[in-house]
Design a protein around this ligand. Structure first.
Ligand SMILES: CC(=O)SCCNC(=O)CCNC(=O)[C@H](O)C(C)(C)COP(=O)(O)OP(=O)(O)OC[C@H]1O[C@@H](n2cnc3c(N)ncnc32)[C@H](O)[C@@H]1OP(=O)(O)O
Ligand SMILES: O=C([O-])CC(=O)C(=O)O
Length: 375
């Protein structure tokens, strides 16, 4: 358990719900490690594919292992016809997280996990297919185009941007997407991962575990916060306007999305990293308004409430600078976090006992059923 923030009260806060060898969150009050590596180190010296391999297979790959892994993932980007037909029937106004949920579940119908010896194959397939699923639906429902999802892009982040925009991304955009996927890959027993582990503990299949996790990630208190943060900052004209808007919200006791964390006490280590990339994107973009108002929000929230930006806040401006529609922000989180979810499912399966806590009963005392005619 964390030695940082004081953890107690509702929401199972502070109670250990099991063991993991995958990551540490806030152990010294702020850090984040994946299998012993600091996320900052990974963000600077590894790619997302290396990090996915690390999380799923236990160690960073050698060059030969990485080459083979990337070739394998590239070969899994195509979607079955039946899945494309389902995606084509989902209306344009549907929330893209619902598309991800359906896409994952449908793939589970078409390519079911028959036994746990297939878990790594299924995971690699999901990792390769998620960008294809969301972009195939988005481009069909919004632009009327049936895209070919089998690109030759070297990396998953660049592949996503290529499918979305119909052209290969710039080097800067490809790099930021790669770092973003690293930052979102794994985070111990967060709500969506815990959902996946609870499902896994019943000995259910991988697609069910991941589909459930997508549903948990969707909420604005979890992954959905990156979209909500964008909605917050998009109309802020300048720093003064940002302060006025936020002060009004704080007076009304509104929750400010993209701030605070269940475990970290005074900073989320992922924030400094994505903030730096957002600043670079702002400079390259020639319009730094969103970056400047975000910095103003960060300063005001700390000054007024001692609340800090979590991983989601500066992702909003960063994604916007790369022309990613706001409603696709949380699906990108899925494209990354599937690594953490699947690794947790495998870890749960390797030492399983069904997760079934107790509840404190606070309802009425025992009583007799009154016949319906006398009620
Ligand atoms: C990748 C991720 O999933 S990161 C999380 C993304 N979610 C968000 O950004 C949503 C906004 N943030 C929040 O709702 C919360 O901070 C959570 C859900 C992340 C954590 O919740 P908790 O662990 O319950 O928060 P915590 O115990 O630190 O709250 C302490 C106090 O600060 C308040 N607070 C916490 N976050 C915020 C916020 N973003 N805006 C306003 N007030 C807040 C709480 O309401 C609470 O006040 P109270 O004591 O008067 O009830
Ligand atoms: O750990 C949490 O509660 C939420 C979070 O930051 C994540 O899942 O990345």
């Amino acid at each position: 358990m964390s030695e940082g923030k004081k953890l107690s009260g509702a929401g199972l806060r502070g109670q250990s719900a099991g063991e993991t060898a995958l990551s540490t969150v806030g152990v010294s009050g702020s850090g984040l490690t994946y299998r012993g590596y600091d996320v900052k180190d990974l963000g600077e010296n590894a790619t997302f594919e290396e990090v996915a391999y690390l999380i799923l297979y236990g160690e960073l790959p050698t060059q030969a292992q990485l080459d083979a892994y990337k070739t394998k993932l590239k070969g899994l980007r195509g979607l079955p016809q039946a899945l494309k037909e389902v995606l084509e029937r989902i209306p344009a106004e549907t929330h893209p997280m619902d598309v991800m949920r359906t896409g994952c579940s449908m793939l589970g119908n078409l390519e079911a996990e028959h036994n746990f010896s297939e878990q790594s194959e299924i995971t690699d397939r999901l990792l390769a297919a998620f960008p294809s699923i969301i972009c195939y639906w988005y481009r069909f429902s919004h632009d009327g185009v049936r895209i070919d999802t089998e690109t030759d892009d070297d990396q998953i982040g660049a592949h996503f941007l290529h499918l979305l925009h119909g052209k290969a991304p710039s080097e800067l955009h490809a790099k930021v997407m790669d770092v973003s996927l690293i930052l979102y890959a794994e985070h111990e027993f967060n709500a969506s991962t815990f959902t996946a582990r609870v499902c896994a503990s019943t000995l259910s299949d991988m697609h069910s575990c991941v589909t459930g996790a997508i549903g948990s990630l969707r909420g604005p208190l979890h992954g959905g916060a990156n979209e909500a943060a964008m909605e917050l900052i998009q109309d802020m004209k300048d720093e003064a306007d940002a302060r006025d808007i936020l002060m009004g919200k704080l007076e009304r006791k509104d929750k400010i999305m993209g701030f605070g964390h269940a475990i970290y006490r005074d900073s989320d280590p992922r924030n400094a990293i994505i903030k730096e990339w957002s600043e670079k994107l702002a400079a390259a973009n020639g319009d730094d308004r969103l970056y400047r108002v975000s910095v103003a929000c960060e300063a005001l929230m700390w000054e007024q409430k001692k609340l800090f930006c979590n991983a989601d806040f500066f992702h909003a401006s960063a994604y916007h600078y790369m022309d990613i529609p706001t409603k696709l922000f949380t699906p990108i989180f899925v494209c990354s976090r599937v690594t953490g979810w699947a690794a947790h499912v495998m870890e749960q399966r390797s030492n399983n006992r069904i997760i079934r806590p107790s509840a404190d009963y606070v309802g009425v005392a025992p009583r007799k059923v009154v016949p319906i005619a006398n009620r």
